[in-house]
Design a protein around this ligand. Sequence first.
Ligand code: GLN
Length: 489
Amino acid sequence: MPQTTISAYVEAVRSGRTTARQMIDVTLGAIEAANPKLNAYREVFPEEARAAADRIDERIAQGENPGPLAGAPISIKDNIATTLGRTSAGSKMLADYRSPFDATVVERLTKAGAIIVGKVQCDEFGMGSSGENCAFGPTRNPHDDRRVAGGSSSGSAAAVAAGLGLASIGSDTGGSVRLPASFCGVVGVKPTYGRVSRYGLVAYGSSLDCIGPITNSVADAATLLRIMAGHDPRDATSSTREVFDLVTEVDQPGRSIRLAVPKKARSDQNDEAVNDAFARVVDHFRESGTEIIEVDFPLADYGLATYYVLAPAEASSNLERYDGIRYGHRAEPVTGESLEELYARSRGEGFGEEVKRRIMLGTFVLSAGYHDAYYLKALKARRLIHDAFTDIFRSCDAMLTPTAAMPAFRIGERADPIHMYLCDRYTVNANIAGLCAMSLPAGMIDLDGSALPFGVQLQAPKFAESSMLRIAQQFEQSRPSMVGRGPGS
Ligand code: GLN
């Protein structure tokens, strides 16, 4: 599929240079050809997508305006509720679950003219950094199919990078939009906590969860964010703040930018190639007039430990609902078995290893006697990390770091859970503090005969999406050669 931005494509459809039906047919063909290898899509909706495209084309023919996303093929992460197909959150527990309602984001996108072409794979309940913890198999990286796509929104990032749809909607609890975006060379935005309604998102860590777009360009991310953002009475944590016209603001060149770069952003915990690539990005920002302010951010080192107490604690509580009775997989009942035994067997069969590990960890840190030592302590660390960001943002517009300490690794290479958690080193802090953040393609790294995408992360104050996207777009436009695109483009 030719890679184009959403606005260019929608313009072409609305002016009659192409039809929505044509684009959908091309997209469906591309999915059919590439998906058996990549395993980005869990399910595709060819008939519904073609019918939706025909409806859009008809409306255009009648002179109607079918909306700012007219005919744009978009995929939805498997943990976001859609009435079309299944909503399995990458888990055997929900393998056949069909949602009776659409998530608010799905409703808003569809109303704006988007066409939902399918559901895309993810780590089970969003727990993972590589896409390997998925009950329906790992997603492969379109740049090198021996490697992971990154997680947990693995299918979203791989689909966009491979041109299997113009954009995808993922979720980010500790980096799940940004990490796969960086591994696949596409743009991924985690909005401020509360900016986008979580209604219809399968809950993982409710104080951290955010829904965000994965796209080919910063402008596309802004377009989708503007449509998805805004208060929703069905999610009490969604903000009532006004949604600014992100697209217009993004296009406006601004005053000179000040970026904080933590002294430890280049460290021996990063792959050497990541340190080199990051240094080039910092130089580029400096040369193009950005003021780089080196900051000490020692608390950042506590982010991972804090996150891996808070997220499992919230997960252990959220996942209680999967008891095999009200929800999800039920083990075959055995005569004489108690209800509790049936719960235990259903959960034992339905959940994967990593999910069980998180439930045990979470239950432990919340248990009497350990609650103060772990959970409360993590809440205190959360406040300190939040306040440290507030201090830094008094004099800087945003913070720049690599998105991950490494490029995409080989499938099976990080079998040890702690080793996997280390992938989230740079991303968890934005969720802990409730900030907005994004990953931006920033060039390629040559490794073992493959050219692998490298991503940088911008973290900005709460509700500063417009200025964060403006910084990102200036970078994208000033160094188009650094901006990795899909392997086929
Ligand atoms: N990798 C992190 C985890 O496993 C973050 C995942 C996410 O953002 N959903 O919890």
